[in-house]
Ligand binder design. Sequence first.
Ligand SMILES: Cc1cc2nc3c(=O)[nH]c(=O)nc-3n(C[C@H](O)[C@H](O)[C@H](O)COP(=O)(O)OP(=O)(O)OC[C@H]3O[C@@H](n4cnc5c(N)ncnc54)[C@H](O)[C@@H]3O)c2cc1C
Length: 374
Amino acid sequence: MRILVLGAGFGGLELTTRLAETLGDAADITLIDKAEGFVFGFSKLDVMFSRTVPDAVVHPYEGLVKPGVRLVRTTIRAIDPAGLRVETDAGAFEGDVLVVALGADLEPAATPGLVEAGHEFYTVPGAFAVRDVLAGFQGGRVVVGVTSTPFKCPPAPSETALMLHDYLFERGLRDVSEISLVMPLGTPIPPSPAASEALLDAFAERGIGWYPDRLVSRLDPEKKVAILADGEEMPFDLFLGVPKHRVPDVVVESGMCVDGWIPVNPLTLETAFPNVYAVGDVTSVGTPKAGVFAEGQAAVVADRIAGRSATYGGTGICYIEFEHEKVARVEVTFRSGERPHGRFDDASVVYAADKGEFGSSRVRRWFGREWTTA
Ligand SMILES: Cc1cc2nc3c(=O)[nH]c(=O)nc-3n(C[C@H](O)[C@H](O)[C@H](O)COP(=O)(O)OP(=O)(O)OC[C@H]3O[C@@H](n4cnc5c(N)ncnc54)[C@H](O)[C@@H]3O)c2cc1C
């Protein structure tokens, strides 16, 4: 069976690894990605706050060797889900099964003024560039703001505000700075009231302004104000934004989307096209857009392709950094027909170590090497 996996992110890497483990040399998998390597979302924040350097967090696809897997580094230009075929810069590929794991693209230009007057920190280049912006920042009003929904890793803007507090404090700039967090959610992590309460307490202790249930609609570069959807204006010296998310153009053009995302069966991850699955951020499966969910969905698809009966349960574990080396853990479940619910474990050094292991164990499994500089 020829399996075409589109995208070597959280979902594609887990899927390919599982299939290679299960099928061994009998696998005939083509994994296609245009990037140089994989970067964990949390590593973007580590680089942005100068805790590490870009070279230490990019996991190159080069050298990814698995039984029965061919990695092709190229850009996918067209997807034909009915014909189980894709066109790429390296030619056409066909499969018997197609898995779309192309993630969400980010569109900073969709928010007027963001490119001119602010900085987005959700793409790899964006986060890496903010590192230098922050290094040159001498204090002032910082707004961390979300511009549209849905957005990846809903706890990440809260973590950003907390990490920013520590960063400015260590540089002696906290007293001359204000931090405000604008979020479209009523609480920081709605499925877990305990996690939300802990975060709201942490914001209050650190003097971080919390602006719930609001989106930033545009920035006025002349006046240096962020204009919220309800018309409120927030002056800033530094704006760190979460840009608009959308599926990659090639997915839009494939005709697979409904209301902007690929609908899937939430239990099997099957799309409307026979033998075509979709996992992760590119779907509207009903879980938040986060790597742990993409990974869990990929595991189910791998099992189903290998002939096992598996269904997706919608559970994922999220680590939230409150302070350096103090990380909390939230386990959340999003299952259709049930209210999302979660379990929260307070921040501790234990979960900081778990978070480290979360990253290094995946690098070991997916790439077959140690993350020595982690
Ligand atoms: C700041 C930040 C912090 C985060 N922290 C966490 C966290 O702590 N835990 C967590 O679980 N999640 C976290 N996330 C979210 C996580 O990064 C994503 O949800 C996850 O990567 C989604 O996995 P995916 O497989 O759906 O897509 P991705 O991992 O985005 O992979 C998609 C792949 O498709 C490729 N691609 C796209 N278009 C094309 C094309 N036309 N041709 C070829 N290749 C293409 C891309 O290069 C990419 O490699 C964070 C995100 C951010 C921004």
